[in-house]
Design a protein around this ligand. Structure first.
Ligand code: EPU
Length: 417
């Protein structure tokens, strides 16, 4: 199994290009199921989760053709199967995103229940309740969600927890429903907006994406379209924290500042100097970072997907910072690994108290989930000596060419067997 070997100590400098957003691409690929015509997507990131998703769509019978410019053409004129099997869903929870589109277009879908996950229990009850409110008959049998509805009906749906993929699944289903659907307490994440923009380009009638009430007026069918996937705000934030933690100076390209305001605010609080342009962000850190307190919450608040990276920053910061995780109940698995690098962290409930230390020391550590692994890369970049990060298949799920991009910024990083 591949590992990353990182020699800490280099100050990052230079420019790095941000890839298309994984969490926008995953639902948008599933949107291709909603039409018989071709959906062309640009700026698709080359990631393990994307290839898993394309494997699933191919398994269902969608025609998938990739080009070498990061584009893909998807055509779901006919589907051979209406079932997402456990073998594929267990490797990627976002597979649940085929449920709404298949049911809406074909009147029936069987999708394996995703089951547990490293970062928490992650139920899908709100996806199911929403579809039931739209008239679907749903049975849970043999670990599968079996949904049927000759045509979904518009409904008023209140989601009592803000759920990103739940909002996306129901929004996609509602595009082909009979009547108008109101999604209340909807997720406001930029990826929801990107999906809505793609659906609108396909002929869907959607208003309010980006606010907490999304109104979808169902249409009889959707048509083909071309859509460019938005930049990955979490990859953007990860490289900015990497620059801050190494007291470096970098510019991230092909991205947007307006979608990571809460992250930029925390970086400024830590002492970073930030400039933004139309499609770039530059960051310079001239001194040791100052510890920050943060609490994760749905967008536009601080994202849970950046929590571990800021924990790494606090590990070597001046002062003491608290990190509170409110979205997932088990998203502190990086703490033990950071302690192996010499970090001083104590956890009580969903809050970690991080006392900045003068230095971390290289060690062998294990990647446990995607963002935890990214945080270990950041910690390793400032640790004295060499660190080895094991199980980096977690990183490959969400960071395109991570070692090439960090090497380009001057880090000493290589992939080893
Ligand atoms: N929840 C329920 N019931 C549901 C759905 C969610 O109780 O039916 C709860 C979850 O257990 C959690 C909270 O609602 O406590 C929020 O979960 P959400 O559904 O928003 O998470 P998700 O849609 O499964 C997406 C991202 C995650 C990201 C979260 C939160 C995708 C494909 N995944 O997951 O990304 O952490 O939103 O922002 O969009 C990652 O990229 O590393 C990642 C885990």
């Amino acid at each position: 199994m591949d590992k990353l070997a990182i020699q800490g100590g280099a100050r990052l400098s230079g420019e790095v290009r941000i890839s298309g957003a994984k969490n926008a691409a995953l639902p948008i690929l599933c949107a291709g199921l909603l039409s018989a015509d071709t959906l062309h997507l640009e700026n698709l990131p080359k990631l393990k989760d994307i290839s898993t998703s394309l494997t699933l769509l191919g398994h269902l019978g969608m025609q998938v053709s990739l080009d070498d410019q990061g584009g893909v053409a998807l055509q779901a004129a006919h589907l051979d199967k209406l079932e997402a099997p456990y073998e594929l869903v267990k490797t990627m929870r976002a597979s649940i995103l085929v449920l709404g589109p298949i049911l809406a277009r074909y009147g029936e879908a069987r999708v394996s229940l995703p089951g547990g996950c490293a970062i928490g229990s992650r139920p899908v009850d709100l996806h199911i309740k929403g579809l039931q409110a739209m008239g679907a008959e749903i049975n849970i049998e043999h670990g599968y969600i079996h949904a049927k509805a000759s045509r979904l009906k518009g409904a008023r749906i209140f989601m009592d927890t803000v759920t990103v993929t739940g909002t996306e699944n129901l929004m996609m289903a509602a595009t082909l429903a009979d009547g108008t659907t109101f999604l209340e307490n909807a997720a406001r994440e930029p990826e929801v907006v990107d999906l809505a923009n793609c659906l609108i380009a396909m002929g869907a009638r959607i208003e309010g994406a980006g606010s907490d009430v999304i109104v979808i007026e169902g249409v009889d069918k959707l048509h083909g379209a071309t859509h460019k996937i938005m930049p990955d705000r979490i990859e953007t934030g990860t490289y900015l924290v990497a620059a801050a933690i190494t007291q470096g100076q970098i510019r991230v390209l092909n991205t947007r500042a307006d979608i990571i305001e809460s992250v930029l605010d925390k970086l400024r609080e830590a002492g970073a100097h930030i400039d933004v342009g139309n499609d770039w962000i530059s960051l310079e850190m001239r001194t040791r970072p100052k510890a920050v307190n943060l609490k994760t919450a749905p967008y536009p608040a601080f994202p849970t997907d950046m929590q571990a990276q800021f924990m790494a920053l606090n590990c070597i910061a001046e002062g003491v910072g608290t990190v509170t995780e409110t979205i997932f109940e088990n998203r502190f698995m990086h703490v033990q690994e950071m302690q192996r690098l010499g970090a001083d962290i104590s956890v009580e409930g969903n809050t970690a108290l991080v006392r900045g230390v003068d230095k971390l020391e290289g060690a062998v550590v294990m990647a446990t989930d995607l963002r935890a692994s990214a945080s270990l890369v950041l910690a390793a970049l400032v640790a004295e000596g060499e660190s080895i990060i094991e199980r980096i298949y977690h990183i490959d799920r969400g960071y395109e060419c991570i070692e090439e991009k960090f090497a380009q910024l001057g880090a000493s990083i290589r992939r080893v067997k």
